[in-house]
Design a protein around this ligand. Structure first.
Ligand SMILES: NC(=O)c1ccc[n+]([C@@H]2O[C@H](COP(=O)([O-])OP(=O)(O)OC[C@H]3O[C@@H](n4cnc5c(N)ncnc54)[C@H](OP(=O)(O)O)[C@@H]3O)[C@@H](O)[C@H]2O)c1
Length: 250
């Protein structure tokens, strides 16, 4: 069974790996034998991760909204690892404001990172995967691809995550016959810098409506990530896998 989910010897790129879910995704892959290129803007955070997994992590400082940064990261990853097998498109941001007050620039900035940046990484890493005829891309979507945000007003974010799941289907349709699978992972609420305020005791009521009555624990995305990244999901493509404690079923 462990062979089925194996990522040993695979080369992965994880964007937004300087904190939160991305850091955990990179550590999960590195801890199971993958070589992982981690891309984000905060160099100090990436260095910390490298010191935890010295031979398995290559930090590359860059911004997913910058074409040259992403191209340079892909080039470095290719030189370091010799191939690109897994891409985890995790870098993301939000802007919290009532829709009627949110200006176009704030809305566009969220889409620039979460959608255009993600597409840029898919395109540049995807080309190399298509040349080799194999690869697995995991795009980090959200339950907000399926349901409105509700308590937190964040129109740009919700729009962007809908786009991530749609784009995942489109790229899967274009690339799967050539060996590159594209899936999305849609977490409910997990602790991170982005969600820190939700996990304060005064917001406990927020979780009462969901069947499991609690937010996710960081390790509860390890299995779903390994499943989508590895050959365990070899007949899945274009799918958005929801991991949300039942948030979207009620
Ligand atoms: N936490 C949750 O409950 C939850 C639920 C559903 C989906 N998600 C998704 O999970 C992903 C990670 O979020 P998180 O909750 O872990 O939040 P987080 O701790 O704020 O992490 C966001 C990461 O994205 C990176 N990033 C932001 N803008 C970037 C850019 N322009 N270029 C490169 N990297 C950039 C940040 O690194 P730098 O600042 O160092 O660049 C950081 O590492 C996001 O896509 C988010 O939408 C999270």
């Amino acid at each position: 069974m462990s062979e089925l989910f194996s990522v040993v010897g695979k080369v992965a790129v994880v964007t937004g790996a300087s904190s939160g879910l991305g850091r955990r995704f990179a550590a999960t892959l590195a801890g199971r034998g993958a070589k992982v290129v981690v891309l984000a803007r905060r160099a100090d955070r990436l260095k910390e991760l490298e010191s935890a997994y010295p031979d398995a992590i290559l930090p590359v400082v860059g911004d997913v909204t910058d074409e040259d940064d992403v191209a340079a990261a892909v080039e470095q990853a290719y030189r370091w690892g010799g191939s690109l097998d897994i891409l985890v498109n995790n870098a993301g941001t939000t802007h919290v404001e009532a829709a009627e007050d949110e200006d176009g620039a704030a809305f566009a900035r969220v889409l620039e990172v979460n959608v255009t940046g993600l597409f840029r990484c898919c395109r540049l890493v995807g080309r190399s995967m298509l040349e080799r005829g194999s690869g697995s891309i995991v795009n980090i979507s959200s339950i907000n691809a399926l349901v409105a945000s509700g308590a937190i007003p964040e129109a740009g974010y919700v729009a962007s995550k809908g786009a991530v799941s749609s784009l995942t289907r489109e790229l899967a349709a274009q690339w799967s016959a050539r060996g590159v699978r594209v899936n999305a992972l849609a977490p409910g609420y997990f602790p991170s810098e982005m969600t820190a305020s939700l996990f304060e005791p005064e917001h406990a009521r927020y979780f009462r409506r969901l069947p499991m009555k609690r937010g996710g624990h960081p390790h509860e995305l390890d299995g779903p990530l390994l499943f989508l990244a590895s050959d365990a999901s070899s007949y899945m493509t274009g799918h958005t896998l929801v991991v949300d404690g039942g948030w979207t079923i009620v």
